[in-house]
Design a protein. Structure first.
Length: 571
Protein backbone atom coordinates (compact mmCIF):
# COMPACT_ATOMS: atom_id res chain seq x y z
CA UNK A 1 0.00 0.00 0.00
CA UNK A 2 1.38 3.42 -0.96
CA UNK A 3 2.28 5.42 2.15
CA UNK A 4 0.87 8.60 0.61
CA UNK A 5 -2.52 6.97 0.45
CA UNK A 6 -2.62 6.44 4.19
CA UNK A 7 -0.56 9.45 5.17
CA UNK A 8 -3.57 11.34 6.52
CA UNK A 9 -4.32 8.43 8.86
CA UNK A 10 -2.20 8.20 11.98
CA UNK A 11 -1.44 5.61 14.64
CA UNK A 12 -3.62 2.53 14.81
CA UNK A 13 -5.88 3.46 11.88
CA UNK A 14 -2.91 3.88 9.55
CA UNK A 15 -1.42 0.60 10.72
CA UNK A 16 -4.71 -1.25 10.11
CA UNK A 17 -4.82 0.09 6.55
CA UNK A 18 -1.19 -0.89 6.01
CA UNK A 19 -1.95 -4.40 7.22
CA UNK A 20 -4.90 -4.64 4.84
CA UNK A 21 -7.50 -5.14 7.55
CA UNK A 22 -9.55 -2.14 6.45
CA UNK A 23 -9.66 0.32 3.56
CA UNK A 24 -8.47 3.91 3.86
CA UNK A 25 -11.96 5.27 3.33
CA UNK A 26 -13.46 2.88 5.88
CA UNK A 27 -10.78 3.73 8.44
CA UNK A 28 -11.30 7.47 7.94
CA UNK A 29 -15.07 7.12 8.22
CA UNK A 30 -14.73 4.88 11.30
CA UNK A 31 -12.57 7.46 13.09
CA UNK A 32 -15.15 10.20 12.47
CA UNK A 33 -18.11 8.02 13.41
CA UNK A 34 -16.40 6.69 16.57
CA UNK A 35 -15.76 10.27 17.70
CA UNK A 36 -19.36 11.23 16.95
CA UNK A 37 -20.69 8.29 18.97
CA UNK A 38 -18.08 8.83 21.70
CA UNK A 39 -16.80 5.26 21.40
CA UNK A 40 -13.20 4.02 21.49
CA UNK A 41 -11.94 3.42 17.94
CA UNK A 42 -11.32 -0.32 18.39
CA UNK A 43 -14.69 -0.91 20.05
CA UNK A 44 -16.41 0.88 17.17
CA UNK A 45 -14.60 -1.24 14.55
CA UNK A 46 -15.50 -4.54 16.23
CA UNK A 47 -19.13 -3.65 16.97
CA UNK A 48 -20.00 -1.66 13.84
CA UNK A 49 -17.64 -2.85 11.10
CA UNK A 50 -17.28 -6.51 12.12
CA UNK A 51 -13.48 -6.32 12.14
CA UNK A 52 -11.86 -9.29 13.88
CA UNK A 53 -10.98 -8.33 17.45
CA UNK A 54 -8.02 -10.69 17.75
CA UNK A 55 -6.37 -9.27 14.62
CA UNK A 56 -7.01 -5.73 15.84
CA UNK A 57 -5.36 -6.51 19.16
CA UNK A 58 -2.30 -8.04 17.50
CA UNK A 59 -1.87 -5.00 15.26
CA UNK A 60 -2.28 -2.61 18.20
CA UNK A 61 0.27 -4.63 20.19
CA UNK A 62 2.87 -4.30 17.42
CA UNK A 63 2.07 -0.65 16.71
CA UNK A 64 2.45 0.53 20.31
CA UNK A 65 4.85 -2.08 21.63
CA UNK A 66 2.37 -3.17 24.30
CA UNK A 67 2.10 -6.91 25.11
CA UNK A 68 -1.36 -8.47 24.98
CA UNK A 69 -3.02 -9.76 28.13
CA UNK A 70 -5.27 -12.82 28.24
CA UNK A 71 -8.11 -11.58 30.44
CA UNK A 72 -9.90 -14.94 30.24
CA UNK A 73 -7.21 -16.37 32.53
CA UNK A 74 -7.52 -13.51 35.02
CA UNK A 75 -8.89 -14.38 38.47
CA UNK A 76 -11.99 -12.23 38.86
CA UNK A 77 -11.60 -11.98 42.65
CA UNK A 78 -8.67 -9.64 42.02
CA UNK A 79 -10.92 -6.93 40.59
CA UNK A 80 -10.47 -3.90 42.88
CA UNK A 81 -13.81 -3.21 44.60
CA UNK A 82 -15.19 0.25 45.19
CA UNK A 83 -12.54 2.20 43.26
CA UNK A 84 -14.33 2.90 39.98
CA UNK A 85 -18.06 3.35 39.41
CA UNK A 86 -19.85 1.19 36.86
CA UNK A 87 -20.91 4.19 34.77
CA UNK A 88 -17.25 5.16 34.30
CA UNK A 89 -16.35 1.64 33.17
CA UNK A 90 -19.25 1.66 30.72
CA UNK A 91 -18.51 5.16 29.45
CA UNK A 92 -14.88 4.46 28.54
CA UNK A 93 -15.07 0.71 27.92
CA UNK A 94 -12.12 0.32 30.29
CA UNK A 95 -11.94 -2.11 33.19
CA UNK A 96 -9.71 -1.77 36.30
CA UNK A 97 -7.94 -5.12 36.71
CA UNK A 98 -5.73 -4.81 39.78
CA UNK A 99 -3.72 -2.39 41.85
CA UNK A 100 -0.03 -2.68 42.60
CA UNK A 101 1.29 -0.12 45.05
CA UNK A 102 0.50 3.34 43.74
CA UNK A 103 -0.57 2.25 40.24
CA UNK A 104 -3.93 1.00 38.95
CA UNK A 105 -3.84 -1.20 35.85
CA UNK A 106 -6.68 -0.69 33.36
CA UNK A 107 -7.73 -3.18 30.68
CA UNK A 108 -8.40 -1.44 27.33
CA UNK A 109 -8.69 -2.67 23.76
CA UNK A 110 -7.35 0.61 22.33
CA UNK A 111 -4.07 1.91 23.83
CA UNK A 112 -4.85 5.38 22.45
CA UNK A 113 -7.90 5.62 24.75
CA UNK A 114 -6.13 8.14 26.96
CA UNK A 115 -9.38 9.79 28.05
CA UNK A 116 -10.27 6.64 29.98
CA UNK A 117 -6.96 6.55 31.80
CA UNK A 118 -7.08 10.25 32.64
CA UNK A 119 -10.66 10.25 33.97
CA UNK A 120 -10.16 7.12 36.05
CA UNK A 121 -6.99 8.66 37.49
CA UNK A 122 -8.95 11.84 38.30
CA UNK A 123 -11.75 9.93 40.07
CA UNK A 124 -9.51 7.55 42.02
CA UNK A 125 -6.47 9.73 42.63
CA UNK A 126 -4.31 6.77 41.55
CA UNK A 127 -1.87 6.70 38.63
CA UNK A 128 -3.13 4.47 35.81
CA UNK A 129 -1.41 2.16 33.31
CA UNK A 130 -3.04 0.57 30.24
CA UNK A 131 -3.13 -3.18 29.64
CA UNK A 132 -4.03 -4.30 26.11
CA UNK A 133 -6.92 -6.79 25.92
CA UNK A 134 -8.71 -8.20 22.89
CA UNK A 135 -12.01 -6.32 22.41
CA UNK A 136 -14.44 -9.25 22.51
CA UNK A 137 -12.83 -10.68 25.65
CA UNK A 138 -12.82 -7.23 27.25
CA UNK A 139 -16.50 -6.80 26.44
CA UNK A 140 -17.30 -10.14 28.16
CA UNK A 141 -15.20 -9.23 31.20
CA UNK A 142 -16.95 -5.86 31.57
CA UNK A 143 -20.34 -7.58 31.34
CA UNK A 144 -19.33 -10.10 34.03
CA UNK A 145 -17.93 -7.34 36.23
CA UNK A 146 -21.08 -5.20 35.85
CA UNK A 147 -23.38 -8.13 36.65
CA UNK A 148 -21.27 -8.99 39.69
CA UNK A 149 -21.51 -5.39 40.91
CA UNK A 150 -25.27 -5.31 40.40
CA UNK A 151 -25.74 -8.55 42.30
CA UNK A 152 -23.24 -7.98 45.08
CA UNK A 153 -24.13 -9.83 48.23
CA UNK A 154 -24.58 -7.42 51.11
CA UNK A 155 -22.37 -9.75 53.15
CA UNK A 156 -18.62 -9.45 53.22
CA UNK A 157 -17.85 -12.36 50.96
CA UNK A 158 -14.26 -13.55 50.90
CA UNK A 159 -12.26 -10.79 52.55
CA UNK A 160 -9.07 -12.82 52.32
CA UNK A 161 -8.60 -11.44 48.81
CA UNK A 162 -9.13 -7.77 49.70
CA UNK A 163 -6.29 -5.55 48.50
CA UNK A 164 -5.15 -4.20 51.86
CA UNK A 165 -3.45 -1.21 50.29
CA UNK A 166 -6.37 -0.45 48.00
CA UNK A 167 -9.20 -0.40 50.54
CA UNK A 168 -11.06 2.88 50.18
CA UNK A 169 -10.86 4.62 53.55
CA UNK A 170 -12.27 8.07 54.23
CA UNK A 171 -12.49 10.29 57.29
CA UNK A 172 -16.13 11.21 57.78
CA UNK A 173 -16.04 13.29 60.93
CA UNK A 174 -16.93 16.94 60.80
CA UNK A 175 -14.38 19.41 62.08
CA UNK A 176 -10.85 20.52 61.40
CA UNK A 177 -9.06 19.12 58.39
CA UNK A 178 -6.29 17.80 60.61
CA UNK A 179 -2.86 16.84 59.37
CA UNK A 180 -2.11 15.37 55.98
CA UNK A 181 -0.30 12.50 57.60
CA UNK A 182 3.28 13.32 56.68
CA UNK A 183 5.32 10.16 56.43
CA UNK A 184 2.92 7.91 58.37
CA UNK A 185 1.38 6.64 55.13
CA UNK A 186 3.98 3.88 54.97
CA UNK A 187 2.87 0.75 53.15
CA UNK A 188 3.64 -1.75 56.00
CA UNK A 189 1.74 0.39 58.53
CA UNK A 190 -1.14 0.94 56.07
CA UNK A 191 -1.40 -2.77 55.35
CA UNK A 192 -1.24 -3.74 59.01
CA UNK A 193 -3.96 -1.31 60.10
CA UNK A 194 -6.20 -2.26 57.17
CA UNK A 195 -5.75 -5.94 57.96
CA UNK A 196 -6.66 -5.39 61.62
CA UNK A 197 -9.84 -3.54 60.61
CA UNK A 198 -10.84 -6.19 58.08
CA UNK A 199 -10.10 -9.05 60.50
CA UNK A 200 -12.29 -7.35 63.10
CA UNK A 201 -15.17 -7.09 60.63
CA UNK A 202 -14.76 -10.74 59.59
CA UNK A 203 -14.84 -11.87 63.22
CA UNK A 204 -17.93 -9.81 63.98
CA UNK A 205 -16.13 -7.65 66.55
CA UNK A 206 -17.88 -4.61 67.99
CA UNK A 207 -14.76 -2.76 69.17
CA UNK A 208 -11.01 -2.68 68.46
CA UNK A 209 -8.53 -1.61 71.16
CA UNK A 210 -5.01 -0.40 70.28
CA UNK A 211 -3.17 -0.29 73.63
CA UNK A 212 0.40 0.87 74.43
CA UNK A 213 2.16 -0.29 77.61
CA UNK A 214 5.65 0.16 79.03
CA UNK A 215 7.23 -2.90 77.41
CA UNK A 216 4.65 -4.08 74.86
CA UNK A 217 1.78 -3.10 72.60
CA UNK A 218 -1.36 -5.11 72.07
CA UNK A 219 -4.48 -5.12 69.90
CA UNK A 220 -7.71 -6.58 71.27
CA UNK A 221 -11.12 -7.26 69.70
CA UNK A 222 -14.41 -7.27 71.60
CA UNK A 223 -16.32 -10.12 70.00
CA UNK A 224 -19.73 -11.19 71.31
CA UNK A 225 -19.17 -8.90 74.29
CA UNK A 226 -15.83 -10.46 75.35
CA UNK A 227 -12.41 -8.82 74.87
CA UNK A 228 -9.61 -11.02 73.53
CA UNK A 229 -6.05 -10.24 72.45
CA UNK A 230 -5.39 -10.83 68.75
CA UNK A 231 -1.89 -9.50 68.04
CA UNK A 232 1.12 -7.87 69.68
CA UNK A 233 2.94 -5.60 67.21
CA UNK A 234 6.42 -4.31 68.12
CA UNK A 235 6.33 -1.65 70.84
CA UNK A 236 8.31 0.81 68.71
CA UNK A 237 5.45 0.91 66.17
CA UNK A 238 3.08 2.47 68.70
CA UNK A 239 3.55 6.13 67.62
CA UNK A 240 3.27 5.27 63.91
CA UNK A 241 0.13 3.14 64.43
CA UNK A 242 -1.46 5.93 66.46
CA UNK A 243 -0.52 8.50 63.81
CA UNK A 244 -1.94 6.33 61.02
CA UNK A 245 -5.27 5.85 62.84
CA UNK A 246 -5.48 9.58 63.62
CA UNK A 247 -4.82 10.51 59.98
CA UNK A 248 -7.49 8.04 58.83
CA UNK A 249 -10.03 9.61 61.20
CA UNK A 250 -8.93 13.18 60.40
CA UNK A 251 -7.58 14.05 63.83
CA UNK A 252 -4.70 16.34 64.70
CA UNK A 253 -1.68 14.01 64.85
CA UNK A 254 0.43 16.64 66.58
CA UNK A 255 -1.94 16.75 69.58
CA UNK A 256 -1.22 13.93 72.03
CA UNK A 257 -2.20 15.57 75.32
CA UNK A 258 -6.01 15.50 75.13
CA UNK A 259 -8.57 12.95 73.93
CA UNK A 260 -9.86 13.31 70.36
CA UNK A 261 -12.83 11.92 68.49
CA UNK A 262 -13.07 11.03 64.83
CA UNK A 263 -14.75 8.75 62.35
CA UNK A 264 -13.56 6.47 59.55
CA UNK A 265 -15.46 4.93 56.67
CA UNK A 266 -14.08 1.79 55.05
CA UNK A 267 -15.70 1.01 51.71
CA UNK A 268 -15.42 -2.71 51.07
CA UNK A 269 -17.46 -2.75 47.87
CA UNK A 270 -19.81 -0.60 45.86
CA UNK A 271 -22.71 -1.54 48.14
CA UNK A 272 -20.99 -2.16 51.46
CA UNK A 273 -19.31 0.36 53.74
CA UNK A 274 -18.43 0.08 57.41
CA UNK A 275 -18.07 3.08 59.73
CA UNK A 276 -15.73 3.25 62.70
CA UNK A 277 -16.16 5.69 65.58
CA UNK A 278 -12.68 6.50 66.85
CA UNK A 279 -11.55 7.85 70.22
CA UNK A 280 -8.01 8.51 71.48
CA UNK A 281 -7.00 8.64 75.13
CA UNK A 282 -3.59 9.82 76.39
CA UNK A 283 -2.23 7.15 78.76
CA UNK A 284 1.02 6.79 80.68
CA UNK A 285 2.85 5.10 77.79
CA UNK A 286 1.15 6.61 74.74
CA UNK A 287 -2.26 7.01 73.16
CA UNK A 288 -4.81 4.25 73.55
CA UNK A 289 -7.16 4.22 70.56
CA UNK A 290 -10.53 2.47 70.52
CA UNK A 291 -12.60 1.99 67.38
CA UNK A 292 -16.32 1.18 67.66
CA UNK A 293 -17.48 -0.70 64.55
CA UNK A 294 -20.76 0.64 63.20
CA UNK A 295 -22.24 -1.74 60.66
CA UNK A 296 -25.36 -0.31 58.93
CA UNK A 297 -26.62 -3.84 58.27
CA UNK A 298 -27.16 -4.31 62.02
CA UNK A 299 -29.92 -1.71 61.85
CA UNK A 300 -31.66 -3.62 59.05
CA UNK A 301 -31.89 -7.03 60.70
CA UNK A 302 -35.60 -6.87 61.37
CA UNK A 303 -37.38 -7.47 64.64
CA UNK A 304 -37.55 -11.25 64.20
CA UNK A 305 -33.74 -11.48 64.36
CA UNK A 306 -33.44 -9.68 67.70
CA UNK A 307 -34.63 -12.50 69.96
CA UNK A 308 -37.96 -11.21 71.31
CA UNK A 309 -40.36 -13.87 72.51
CA UNK A 310 -43.65 -13.82 70.51
CA UNK A 311 -45.66 -12.00 73.20
CA UNK A 312 -42.81 -9.49 73.75
CA UNK A 313 -42.61 -8.77 70.04
CA UNK A 314 -46.37 -8.26 69.91
CA UNK A 315 -46.22 -5.70 72.75
CA UNK A 316 -43.38 -3.79 71.06
CA UNK A 317 -45.18 -3.72 67.71
CA UNK A 318 -48.42 -2.59 69.34
CA UNK A 319 -46.62 0.27 71.11
CA UNK A 320 -44.90 1.30 67.86
CA UNK A 321 -48.25 1.49 66.12
CA UNK A 322 -49.70 3.87 68.70
CA UNK A 323 -49.97 7.50 67.53
CA UNK A 324 -48.52 8.81 70.79
CA UNK A 325 -46.80 7.73 73.97
CA UNK A 326 -43.27 6.93 75.10
CA UNK A 327 -41.23 3.76 74.63
CA UNK A 328 -38.18 3.50 76.89
CA UNK A 329 -35.34 1.04 76.21
CA UNK A 330 -32.95 0.48 79.08
CA UNK A 331 -29.79 -1.44 79.84
CA UNK A 332 -26.04 -0.97 80.32
CA UNK A 333 -23.67 0.21 77.59
CA UNK A 334 -23.31 -2.44 74.89
CA UNK A 335 -26.63 -4.15 75.59
CA UNK A 336 -28.06 -3.48 72.13
CA UNK A 337 -30.38 -0.58 72.95
CA UNK A 338 -29.47 1.35 69.79
CA UNK A 339 -30.24 -1.63 67.53
CA UNK A 340 -33.63 -2.09 69.23
CA UNK A 341 -34.46 1.59 68.66
CA UNK A 342 -33.19 1.60 65.06
CA UNK A 343 -35.24 -1.52 64.34
CA UNK A 344 -38.34 0.25 65.62
CA UNK A 345 -37.55 3.35 63.58
CA UNK A 346 -37.11 1.26 60.43
CA UNK A 347 -40.54 -0.28 61.01
CA UNK A 348 -42.05 3.21 61.33
CA UNK A 349 -40.04 4.75 58.48
CA UNK A 350 -42.42 5.51 55.62
CA UNK A 351 -43.23 8.61 53.55
CA UNK A 352 -46.29 9.37 55.70
CA UNK A 353 -44.27 10.02 58.86
CA UNK A 354 -41.85 12.76 59.83
CA UNK A 355 -39.21 11.10 62.03
CA UNK A 356 -36.43 13.01 63.80
CA UNK A 357 -33.69 11.71 66.09
CA UNK A 358 -31.24 13.39 68.47
CA UNK A 359 -28.18 11.19 69.02
CA UNK A 360 -24.79 11.50 70.70
CA UNK A 361 -23.27 10.52 68.36
CA UNK A 362 -25.26 9.45 65.28
CA UNK A 363 -24.01 5.88 64.91
CA UNK A 364 -25.69 4.68 61.72
CA UNK A 365 -27.20 6.73 58.92
CA UNK A 366 -30.86 5.84 58.31
CA UNK A 367 -32.26 6.90 54.95
CA UNK A 368 -35.49 8.91 55.26
CA UNK A 369 -34.95 9.84 58.93
CA UNK A 370 -33.76 13.29 60.06
CA UNK A 371 -30.83 12.58 62.39
CA UNK A 372 -29.24 15.29 64.54
CA UNK A 373 -25.76 14.94 66.01
CA UNK A 374 -25.65 16.43 69.52
CA UNK A 375 -22.88 19.03 69.92
CA UNK A 376 -22.72 20.46 73.43
CA UNK A 377 -19.78 22.70 72.48
CA UNK A 378 -22.14 24.92 70.49
CA UNK A 379 -25.10 24.51 72.84
CA UNK A 380 -26.92 21.80 70.89
CA UNK A 381 -27.91 19.34 73.61
CA UNK A 382 -30.80 16.88 73.75
CA UNK A 383 -33.19 19.43 75.24
CA UNK A 384 -32.38 22.02 72.56
CA UNK A 385 -32.83 19.47 69.78
CA UNK A 386 -36.16 18.34 71.24
CA UNK A 387 -37.49 21.90 71.37
CA UNK A 388 -36.61 22.32 67.73
CA UNK A 389 -38.22 18.99 66.79
CA UNK A 390 -41.53 20.13 68.28
CA UNK A 391 -41.52 23.08 65.85
CA UNK A 392 -40.80 20.79 62.89
CA UNK A 393 -44.20 19.06 62.64
CA UNK A 394 -42.96 15.70 64.01
CA UNK A 395 -44.74 12.36 64.10
CA UNK A 396 -41.99 10.28 65.73
CA UNK A 397 -39.11 11.51 67.89
CA UNK A 398 -36.14 9.49 69.09
CA UNK A 399 -33.94 10.85 71.89
CA UNK A 400 -30.62 9.05 72.22
CA UNK A 401 -30.67 9.21 76.01
CA UNK A 402 -32.65 10.93 78.77
CA UNK A 403 -29.94 12.30 81.04
CA UNK A 404 -31.58 15.14 82.94
CA UNK A 405 -34.91 16.56 84.07
CA UNK A 406 -35.13 19.14 81.29
CA UNK A 407 -34.81 16.50 78.55
CA UNK A 408 -37.24 14.20 80.37
CA UNK A 409 -39.89 16.93 80.72
CA UNK A 410 -39.74 17.93 77.05
CA UNK A 411 -39.86 14.28 75.93
CA UNK A 412 -42.90 13.61 78.15
CA UNK A 413 -44.60 16.78 76.89
CA UNK A 414 -44.08 15.53 73.31
CA UNK A 415 -45.51 12.11 74.21
CA UNK A 416 -48.58 13.76 75.76
CA UNK A 417 -49.26 16.04 72.78
CA UNK A 418 -49.71 13.51 70.01
CA UNK A 419 -46.17 12.31 69.28
CA UNK A 420 -44.54 8.90 69.58
CA UNK A 421 -41.28 9.23 71.54
CA UNK A 422 -38.53 6.60 71.79
CA UNK A 423 -35.57 6.94 74.14
CA UNK A 424 -33.07 5.13 76.37
CA UNK A 425 -31.89 5.20 79.97
CA UNK A 426 -29.08 3.42 81.77
CA UNK A 427 -30.90 1.30 84.36
CA UNK A 428 -30.88 -2.41 85.15
CA UNK A 429 -34.59 -3.26 84.90
CA UNK A 430 -37.92 -1.89 83.77
CA UNK A 431 -38.98 -1.13 87.36
CA UNK A 432 -35.77 0.80 88.05
CA UNK A 433 -36.43 2.89 84.93
CA UNK A 434 -39.59 4.27 86.52
CA UNK A 435 -37.90 5.09 89.82
CA UNK A 436 -34.97 6.71 87.98
CA UNK A 437 -37.38 9.06 86.20
CA UNK A 438 -39.16 9.83 89.46
CA UNK A 439 -35.82 10.56 91.15
CA UNK A 440 -34.97 12.98 88.32
CA UNK A 441 -37.99 15.00 89.37
CA UNK A 442 -40.53 13.93 86.75
CA UNK A 443 -44.04 14.20 88.28
CA UNK A 444 -45.55 10.77 88.88
CA UNK A 445 -48.79 11.73 87.08
CA UNK A 446 -46.94 12.73 83.89
CA UNK A 447 -44.86 9.56 83.96
CA UNK A 448 -47.83 7.26 84.48
CA UNK A 449 -49.84 8.83 81.63
CA UNK A 450 -47.08 9.18 79.04
CA UNK A 451 -44.93 6.00 79.20
CA UNK A 452 -46.58 3.12 77.35
CA UNK A 453 -43.81 0.48 77.23
CA UNK A 454 -40.47 -0.20 78.92
CA UNK A 455 -37.92 -2.65 77.51
CA UNK A 456 -34.93 -3.74 79.61
CA UNK A 457 -32.39 -5.80 77.72
CA UNK A 458 -29.07 -7.63 77.67
CA UNK A 459 -27.10 -9.45 74.98
CA UNK A 460 -26.21 -13.11 75.53
CA UNK A 461 -23.74 -15.07 73.46
CA UNK A 462 -25.48 -17.51 71.13
CA UNK A 463 -24.40 -21.17 71.18
CA UNK A 464 -22.52 -22.50 68.17
CA UNK A 465 -24.80 -24.95 66.39
CA UNK A 466 -21.89 -27.04 65.14
CA UNK A 467 -20.24 -28.04 68.41
CA UNK A 468 -22.72 -27.59 71.29
CA UNK A 469 -23.66 -30.75 73.20
CA UNK A 470 -26.41 -31.57 75.73
CA UNK A 471 -25.56 -30.43 79.25
CA UNK A 472 -25.69 -32.89 82.15
CA UNK A 473 -27.06 -30.73 84.97
CA UNK A 474 -29.10 -32.20 87.87
CA UNK A 475 -32.73 -31.13 87.94
CA UNK A 476 -32.44 -29.84 91.50
CA UNK A 477 -29.69 -27.48 90.40
CA UNK A 478 -31.80 -26.23 87.50
CA UNK A 479 -34.76 -25.60 89.81
CA UNK A 480 -32.50 -23.64 92.17
CA UNK A 481 -31.38 -21.51 89.19
CA UNK A 482 -34.99 -20.45 88.63
CA UNK A 483 -36.38 -22.93 86.09
CA UNK A 484 -39.92 -24.17 86.59
CA UNK A 485 -40.80 -27.84 86.31
CA UNK A 486 -43.01 -26.95 83.35
CA UNK A 487 -40.03 -25.42 81.54
CA UNK A 488 -37.85 -28.46 82.18
CA UNK A 489 -40.31 -30.90 80.57
CA UNK A 490 -39.34 -29.85 77.06
CA UNK A 491 -36.03 -28.14 77.84
CA UNK A 492 -33.06 -28.51 75.48
CA UNK A 493 -30.24 -27.36 77.76
CA UNK A 494 -26.88 -27.34 76.00
CA UNK A 495 -23.21 -26.91 76.89
CA UNK A 496 -20.61 -24.88 74.96
CA UNK A 497 -17.61 -26.82 73.60
CA UNK A 498 -15.72 -24.84 70.96
CA UNK A 499 -14.61 -25.52 67.39
CA UNK A 500 -12.90 -23.86 64.42
CA UNK A 501 -16.12 -22.12 63.42
CA UNK A 502 -16.81 -20.34 66.71
CA UNK A 503 -15.31 -18.54 69.68
CA UNK A 504 -15.11 -20.94 72.64
CA UNK A 505 -18.45 -22.50 71.79
CA UNK A 506 -20.33 -19.31 70.97
CA UNK A 507 -21.07 -17.54 67.71
CA UNK A 508 -23.08 -14.32 67.55
CA UNK A 509 -25.40 -12.87 70.17
CA UNK A 510 -29.10 -12.83 70.94
CA UNK A 511 -31.17 -10.33 72.88
CA UNK A 512 -32.70 -11.12 76.27
CA UNK A 513 -35.60 -8.85 77.15
CA UNK A 514 -37.92 -7.73 79.90
CA UNK A 515 -40.86 -6.04 78.19
CA UNK A 516 -43.32 -4.31 80.51
CA UNK A 517 -46.49 -2.61 79.32
CA UNK A 518 -47.76 0.12 81.65
CA UNK A 519 -51.09 -1.35 82.69
CA UNK A 520 -53.67 0.45 84.90
CA UNK A 521 -52.39 -1.48 87.94
CA UNK A 522 -48.75 -0.51 87.31
CA UNK A 523 -49.83 3.03 86.51
CA UNK A 524 -51.57 3.26 89.91
CA UNK A 525 -48.36 2.18 91.68
CA UNK A 526 -46.39 4.82 89.74
CA UNK A 527 -48.97 7.47 90.68
CA UNK A 528 -48.46 6.49 94.32
CA UNK A 529 -44.68 6.81 93.75
CA UNK A 530 -44.13 3.15 94.57
CA UNK A 531 -40.58 1.77 94.68
CA UNK A 532 -38.96 -0.50 92.11
CA UNK A 533 -39.69 -3.63 94.16
CA UNK A 534 -43.43 -2.88 94.17
CA UNK A 535 -43.44 -2.10 90.43
CA UNK A 536 -41.45 -5.27 89.67
CA UNK A 537 -43.82 -7.42 91.72
CA UNK A 538 -46.81 -5.90 89.92
CA UNK A 539 -45.18 -6.56 86.56
CA UNK A 540 -44.70 -10.26 87.42
CA UNK A 541 -48.33 -10.43 88.60
CA UNK A 542 -49.44 -8.95 85.26
CA UNK A 543 -47.58 -11.75 83.44
CA UNK A 544 -44.49 -9.85 82.25
CA UNK A 545 -41.32 -11.96 82.50
CA UNK A 546 -38.28 -10.53 84.25
CA UNK A 547 -34.88 -10.45 82.53
CA UNK A 548 -33.87 -13.58 84.45
CA UNK A 549 -37.02 -15.44 83.43
CA UNK A 550 -36.52 -14.49 79.77
CA UNK A 551 -32.88 -15.54 79.94
CA UNK A 552 -33.80 -18.96 81.40
CA UNK A 553 -36.26 -19.38 78.54
CA UNK A 554 -33.38 -18.89 76.07
CA UNK A 555 -31.43 -21.61 77.91
CA UNK A 556 -34.41 -23.99 77.80
CA UNK A 557 -34.67 -23.38 74.03
CA UNK A 558 -31.00 -24.33 73.55
CA UNK A 559 -30.11 -20.85 72.30
CA UNK A 560 -27.51 -20.10 74.98
CA UNK A 561 -26.07 -21.68 78.13
CA UNK A 562 -26.78 -21.43 81.83
CA UNK A 563 -23.21 -20.15 82.37
CA UNK A 564 -23.81 -17.34 79.94
CA UNK A 565 -27.06 -16.10 81.41
CA UNK A 566 -25.52 -16.26 84.89
CA UNK A 567 -22.87 -13.89 83.52
CA UNK A 568 -25.34 -11.30 82.25
CA UNK A 569 -28.24 -11.56 84.74
CA UNK A 570 -28.84 -11.99 88.47
CA UNK A 571 -31.53 -13.81 90.38
Amino acid sequence: MNSTVIGHLSGLAGRLVAEGLITTEAASDAQKEARAEQLPFVQYLVEKKNVDGQQLAEVASHEFGVPMFDITAFNKVNFPEGLVEAKLVSKHHALPLFRRGSRLFIAVSDPTNLAALDEIKFHTGINTDAILVEETALNRAITEWTEAQDNLDDGLGDLDDVDLEGVDIQAVNEGDDGDDGGDVDETPIVRFVNKVLIDAIKQGASDIHFEPYETNYRVRFRTDGILAEVVRPPKNLAPRLAARLKVMSQMDISERRVPQDGRIQMRLSRKRAIDFRVNTLPTLFGEKIVLRILDPSSAQMGIDALGYEPEQKEMYMRALNQPQGMILVTGPTGSGKTVSLYTGLNILNDPERNISTAEDPVEINLEGINQVHINTKVGLDFAQALRSFLRQDPDVIMVGEIRDLETAEIAIKAAQTGHLVLSTLHTNSAAETVTRMLNMGVPAFNLATSVSLIIAQRLARRLCKECSVPADIPQDTLLQEGFTEEQLKDANIMHAVGCDLCNKGYKGRVGVYEVVRITPKISAIIMAEGNSLEIGTAARAEGFDSLRMSALQKVAQGVTTLEEINRITTD
